[in-house]
Structures are given as structure tokens and as C-alpha cells.
Design a protein around this ligand. Structure first.
Ligand SMILES: [Ca+2]
Ligand SMILES: [Ca+2]
Length: 169
């Protein structure tokens, strides 16, 4: 009986320890997301307000059906993967949890189409569809806006091509 109790106690300790990094880091990412995108997913924000332990907002960055085993181990959807690649890391490779770095990483991936459904992440966030789920998309695609440098480079390339083709006519 004592052996059984010890085992249960050990098991609970392990579960508690595994839960610690998730519990302490996850709200920072989620809260910063909603601080930056105050109008995004009003239903989810209301749900979170009514039930602070609700896990529905996990689906913005994580795949459904994954128990929160730790913020680094729960499987991320393509938007979460992009965010994970972009967020600044410390020397140990741990993601920064400062609001500044989280906001920057979110901004840096706004023009990505993480889930490849034809709409940019920011287009999806503004339309209340999920940027990590290709089956959730705006009625009309909101394609990523190419960076100015890309526009200038491709315009220069096109101009050069026209010049070359005229020369060899
Ligand atoms: Ca998309
Ligand atoms: Ca989507």
C-alpha cells in the first residue's frame, strides 16, 4: 500500500514538474499575442475571460488533440512552427519570453503564409481565421504583400530582361 502511495506521489510530482514550464511560459506568448492583436478572435478572448484556464486559444499556435505536455513539446501547427523559428533564442536555444521579442517575432511573420492556404498570417488574424490551419481561411484570399526590396529587385530584373531582349532582337 505504501509502495503504491509513493508511486502515485512520484507520478504526481513528475506531472507537476512537466507542467511548470508550460504554465509559466505559455501565458506570456498568448497574452502578448492578444495585446498585439486586440480585436482578434473575440469569441476566444471572451472564452478566456470567462474561463482563464480554457485551452481553446492553444489552437492559434498548436495542433488540436495535443495535451499541453510543456510548451516546447506540445506539437505546433505551421504558424506556431514559424513563430518558434523566428523568436529570438538565448544561448541555450530557449525562446525569449520578453514582450518585445514576442511582438517582434509576430510582426516578422505577419506577411508569411505559414499554412499555405493563400492568405497571409496577418490577413488571417484580421479575418479571425487561423494562420496555422489551412482549412480555416478568409472567404477571399488575402495574399502576402511582398517586401519593398523584393518589389524593387523584381522590377529591376524585369527591366534588365526587357533591355537584354531588345538588344538581341
Ligand atoms: Ca495562411
Ligand atoms: Ca488558415
Amino acid at each position: 500500500m505504501l509502495k503504491k502511495l509513493t508511486l502515485v506521489f512520484l507520478l504526481l510530482t513528475v506531472v507537476a514538474l512537466i507542467g511548470v514550464p508550460w504554465a509559466s511560459a505559455y501565458p506570456v506568448f498568448r497574452d502578448t499575442f492578444f495585446k498585439k492583436y486586440t480585436n482578434a478572435y473575440p469569441d476566444l478572448q471572451k472564452d478566456l475571460k470567462d474561463n482563464p484556464s480554457s485551452l481553446k486559444t492553444c489552437l492559434i499556435c498548436h495542433l488540436p488533440g495535443n495535451p499541453p505536455l510543456g510548451y516546447n513539446t506540445a506539437k505546433r501547427n505551421p504558424f506556431g512552427v514559424d513563430f518558434g523559428k523566428t523568436i529570438k533564442k538565448d544561448e541555450e536555444g530557449e525562446a525569449s519570453t520578453t514582450e518585445e521579442n514576442i511582438t517582434k517575432a509576430l510582426t516578422d511573420i505577419e506577411q508569411n503564409d505559414s499554412d499555405g492556404d493563400g492568405s497571409s498570417n496577418i490577413g488571417e488574424i484580421n479575418s479571425n481565421t487561423f494562420p496555422g490551419d489551412k482549412d480555416s481561411k478568409p472567404e477571399k484570399p488575402i495574399p502576402p504583400i511582398p517586401e519593398l526590396s523584393t518589389v524593387i529587385l523584381s522590377s529591376a530584373g524585369l527591366f534588365a530582361l526587357i533591355l537584354v531582349s531588345r538588344k538581341y532582337r
